[in-house]
Design a protein around this ligand. Structure first.
Ligand SMILES: [Zn+2]
Length: 76
């Protein structure tokens, strides 16, 4: 059985055209910008680089915390 990954819903791509991110015009994505794609039900949410870095940083902390808990419970 393949080992399941927790990060199957994330991709990086390059915006084909400029667009605003959801409600916030401050997070405008220009054509050619790298953006983070996050699967959301049947479509994708796109995040600008700054948001992407924050999201990834936060999730790494989250995963680290889970790893720490698993390590703690598996100690003899
Ligand atoms: Zn953003």
């Amino acid at each position: 059985m393949a080992i399941k990954s927790l990060v199957t819903h994330v991709e990086i791509d390059i915006a084909g055209k400029a667009h605003n991110f959801q409600a916030s015009a401050k997070h405008r994505i220009e054509k050619g910008d790298v953006r983070l794609k996050v699967r959301n039900s049947r479509s994708w949410d796109h995040y600008c680089l700054n948001c992407a870095k924050k999201i990834i940083e936060r999730d790494i902390k989250k995963l680290k915390a889970i790893q720490d808990r698993l390590t703690a419970v598996s100690q003899p």
